[in-house]
Design a protein around this ligand. Sequence first.
Ligand SMILES: [Zn+2]
Length: 308
Amino acid sequence: MIFEVTILGSSSAMPGWGRNLTAQLVNYEQQWFLIDCGEGTQHQLLRYKVRMNKIRHILISHLHGDHYLGLPGLLSSMQLQGRTEPLHLYGPPALSDILTTQFRASHTYMHYPLVFHPLDPSQPALIHDGETLTVSTLPLEHGIACCGFLFREKPHKRKIIKELLPPDLPVSGIIALKAGQDVVHEGKTLACLDMTQPPAPRLAYAYCSDTKYSEALVPQLVGVDLLYHEATFADDFAARAEETHHSTARQAAQVARLAGVKRLLLGHFSVRYRDLSPILDQAREVFAQSHLAIEGQTFAVNGPLSPS
Ligand SMILES: [Zn+2]
């Protein structure tokens, strides 16, 4: 089972110190979702050998330039590469106007269906309902309309213990057992609890950037395995974080701790910090399972916990 996140950029506002602007790629069983698309994202896709046309969904959290200015170029390159598959684009309503103006001015006519889904950040909403995965929005507090995204697996079915299965049990019986029902077969009751093992846990990944410290997020993050939370500043710029609707690393860790997530990824680092060790150290004082979102690294959503 593949459910992982590759970091394509983790710098806030401006690139610096080898860090690109915000973008990341979620791979769930070969379904590819791009989250945010800062300037330079298509270079990062080339650098990390990701074929851009396998991306089916692009989610844009908000319209600060460091989160979407790479989008017109990426959409154009997809066209130049002969894309015909539909692309689903989710973002604030004004994003559609921006792209329409850009494409009109450059006489660009897309040969692939670009399906735009406007986001309403006022309340959580289901925006993708796949066979085994859902994606919902997470309203964030950031000065302008901004949404995070929550990727959560649908409940798995129970697992059959094959050795116990009567060889002549029809498929309908197997389906019923997996769904949690007892089955009568040749006069005998096959109890679901005896014949099956509990289902695998549902995994969840949450992306929260950009936002000021918000405990309102916590209930939506319960049950999350891997949380990406912005950590623009260390303690030395806590006042600046408040002013600009961003978070410190310590605040990101506090959200992770309150929600009881398993692991925390810190990102969206200010270019003030060449050395990110204060960000990591201050987060770990609150939440031991904190990690830096380093570019090019891929994190499994159910990855191992580090010794604390
Ligand atoms: Zn922002």
